[in-house]
Design a protein around this ligand. Structure first.
Ligand SMILES: [Fe+2]
Length: 429
């Protein structure tokens, strides 16, 4: 994506449309951030699901191991007979800490060596709790050790047992190893999901760049309209568009002194540049008439305001210019046109522009008149304070007027260069 949206005209000026550029950049950042967030959430969900399933699987494996021990012991009983018949049982218990055999009204309990009294006590309490249950299992935790107590009714016809209860000691090293394996798998799943998501980012970035590029071209076309319209009316009127540049600089500097927002300044730039765009619709014999206009001719000339509003209203992008275009001939005392607005009924941008417009008009040489001095121009502004112009704006402008005048009139290109800087500041940064 190009760094800035620019339009270079014959004067080399570059008009940057920052609002749209910032909006597009923000949209891109937002999309990327949302996609990354989606990737992290997806990986977290996948990790949680795998972890949960892994724990269930671990539990099943431990139960299978315990059942295997029980089956082994049951087979031994089946082939070698019940305890108490001359056989040493404790050595055959393997990983079983305890077995309880209930058969034909008799109960035998066999404890493996090393089973602590605390474990015995907990196991007996669980047996009492489940005394009437058939198949059941329960974990008993003592310190860091975990035991699984499980019971089963034996009814395969081979054993004389009514119920078989066993306490299986779960190997902590084994469970720790299994847990480590599970964690590794979960990490792998997260990495795979994040990797897959990240690999899609460049694709999305390219697609988005294409969208932004197309949008950029559309915006540049909008800027083309602004510049073409400003130049077209200037060609008809003064044969130069330098007036547009100078009045825009005056208006912006005044706006800065009045602490207008960036958005208001940008609207002021558009409005100042297009303030007389409606003159395109004024007949040549009136627009270019060297002498004073008759009342009828002046009525027609006044229509350039409504023509201008008609022109800027067709484009959403040109709408910010409407305040200046529609009200730049209003006067603070209500004697202006087209609506005869008074005081603060006149949009602030139009009140600001009117001061710069008149000051530049009287200090500029035209085919039909000579320029007057800055001092004389300032006197005209003073005389218009409160009737033609907003008195507060005049008070702000008078002390800075001469300095701006010298800046914009230093060389023929000064106003254009200053406006480029203004655009850089308010539309780019
Ligand atoms: Fe005008």
């Amino acid at each position: 994506m190009q760094d800035a949206l620019s339009l270079s005209g014959s004067d080399g000026a570059t008009i940057i449309v920052a609002d749209e550029r910032r909006a597009l950049a923000g949209l891109r950042r937002q999309t990327m951030a949302r996609f990354l967030l989606f990737g992290f959430l997806l990986s977290a969900l996948a990790a949680a699901a795998f972890y949960g399933l892994g724990l269930i699987q671990m539990d099943r494996m431990l139960l299978t191991a315990a059942n295997s021990q029980v089956r082994h012991l049951a087979n031994m009983i089946s082939s070698e007979g019940m305890p108490g018949r001359g056989r040493e049982w404790t050595g055959a218990l393997g990983d079983l800490a305890f077995v309880r055999l209930e058969w034909r009204g008799r109960t035998d309990e066999i404890w493996n060596e090393g089973v602590t009294p605390e474990v015995r006590s907990l196991a007996k309490a669980a047996l009492v709790q489940h005394s009437h249950s058939g198949h059941w299992d329960q974990d008993i935790r003592v310190g860091g050790a975990v035991y699984r107590l499980l019971a089963a009714r034996v009814d395969d016809g081979r054993l004389p047992l009514d119920r078989f209860v066993a306490l299986y000691r779960i190997d902590s090293d084994m469970t720790a190893w299994m847990h480590r394996q599970l964690v590794m798998i979960v990490i792998g799943v997260m990495a795979a999901v994040i990797g897959a998501t990240s690999s899609l980012l460049p694709v999305i970035g390219r697609l988005e760049s294409g969208v932004i590029r197309n949008a950029t071209e559309a915006i540049v076309a909008d800027v083309d309209i602004l510049k073409a319209l400003g130049s077209a009316v200037a060609k008809r009127d003064n044969d130069t568009d330098i007036h547009n540049y100078r009045v825009t600089v005056y208006a912006v500097r005044l706006g800065e002194m009045l602490r207008l927002s960036g958005k208001q300044i940008r609207g002021l730039v558009c409005g100042a540049f297009l303030h007389d765009v409606g003159k395109i619709g004024i007949p040549d014999h009136i627009l270019l008439k060297p002498g004073r206009l008759t009342p009828d001719e002046f009525e027609i000339m006044k229509q350039h305001v409504t023509h201008g509003l008609d022109i800027v209203s067709v484009s959403r992008w040109l709408e910010p210019a409407a305040e200046v275009v529609g009200s730049h001939h209003e006067r603070f005392d209500g004697t202006g046109y087209p609506q005869g607005l008074q005081g603060e009924q006149i949009p602030l941008s139009a009140r600001i522009f009117a001061v710069g417009d008149v000051f530049d008009a009287v200090t500029s040489k035209r085919p039909y008149k000579e320029a007057i001095s800055v001092a004389e121009a300032l006197n005209i502004l003073r005389e218009g304070r409160g009737n033609h112009f907003d008195p507060h704006i005049i008070d702000v402008f008078l002390p800075i007027a001469e300095a701006i005048y010298r800046q914009v009139n230093d060389t023929s290109d000064c106003a254009k260069m200053i406006l480029d800087n203004i655009i850089e500041m308010y539309f780019l940064s």
